[in-house]
Design a binder for this molecule. Structure first.
Ligand code: ASP
Length: 302
């Protein structure tokens, strides 16, 4: 699972269906039968993470597997060891699959082509974050039913967001129109990689009333995006209480986290019990990652 670009609607829906059936394990602690041979899942996390890393660990545990974590800090990457060598050494320890996050766009793909075990992309630089988009799609499907014909606003730093890219692939494949909203410096200048179903605007207030769902994104300060943003960002692109009031009572609000409260989203918006789907996303993230680990372990090694 390296990206969603070429996955196609059937595969997407089948992963989401499997995740849905695993949700009671996450929400109600329903136990699964132990696997015949517990697998060892490696988590190589070379960028900061809270939700993704922990939910992969929880997912592996819930499936009855084990995990081992290596972060950049304190590893031999500091001594100049390469990404491929690091991953190859982990694989040589007998891991059954490797989940990898790195700042390098294409990093997971590079590793997958050089080691003989299944690789899952947990975020590669600005490129893709497929399991995030799958959990977003799972949340949207649960709230809206079929996504066909729905208008999903993605607001913020689209240019630097792997979450946006993976979501555009997933949501358009499922028949939604994705409306990308942000200031000009934070929007891509070409959309050639995407098919139809993508609209672009700089005017959040002009499209808010048309939204079936709104996904807010953080400005990727670690990718230098802050330099391109004016200090009044919140007034043009923040999901404020006033803007929330313009959304229908059924319009879900998503955010992949971490939130910068008071910048892209106000406190009371994220706390809106009916509309905020932010913690539901997190719960569904575990189920989605269980489905992905399961699928990865079904692949023959080599
Ligand atoms: N957690 C998401 C990611 O790793 C979103 C973010 O960091 O803004 O891409």
């Amino acid at each position: 699972m390296l990206g969603l670009r070429d996955l196609g609607p059937e595969r997407l829906e089948s992963i989401l269906d499997r995740a849905e059936s695993l949700l009671p394990v996450v929400r109600d602690g329903v136990a699964l039968p132990n696997p015949v041979r517990p697998a060892m899942v490696g988590l190589l996390f070379l960028e900061n993470s809270t939700r993704t890393r922990c939910s992969f660990e929880v997912a592996a545990n819930r499936l009855g597997h084990r995990s081992v974590v290596l972060t950049g800090l304190g590893s031999s990457l500091d001594k100049g060891e390469s990404l491929i060598d690091t991953a190859a050494n982990l694989a040589a320890m007998g891991l059954d699959a490797l989940v990898i996050r790195s700042a390098i766009a294409g990093g997971a793909d590079l590793v997958a082509r050089n080691i003989g075990i299944p690789v899952v992309n947990a975020g590669d630089g600005r490129h893709e974050h497929p399991t995030q988009a799958l959990l977003d799609a799972s949340t949207l499907r649960a709230r809206l039913g079929s996504l066909a014909g729905k208008r999903i606003l993605i607001v913020g730093d689209i240019l630097n967001s792997r979450v946006a890219r993976s979501n555009i692939h997933a949501l358009t494949a499922m028949g939604a129109t994705v409306v990308l909203v942000g200031p000009p410096p934070l929007l891509p200048w070409t959309f050639a990689e995407f098919g139809s179903g993508v609209d672009v605007t700089h005017d959040l207030d002009g499209v808010l009333d048309t939204a079936d769902a709104v996904m807010m994104l953080r400005i990727q300060l670690e990718r230098d995006a802050g330099r391109a943003v004016a200090s009044d960002y919140r007034f043009a692109f923040g999901l404020t209480v006033n803007r929330l009031a313009r959304l229908g009572p059924e319009v879900p609000i998503l955010h992949p986290g971490p939130m910068n409260r008071g910048v892209e989203i106000d406190d009371s918006v994220s706390a809106d019990i009916a509309r905020s789907a932010i913690l539901e996303q997190v719960a569904r993230g575990v189920a989605v990652r269980m489905a992905i680990i399961e699928a990865a372990l079904e692949l023959p090694a080599g």
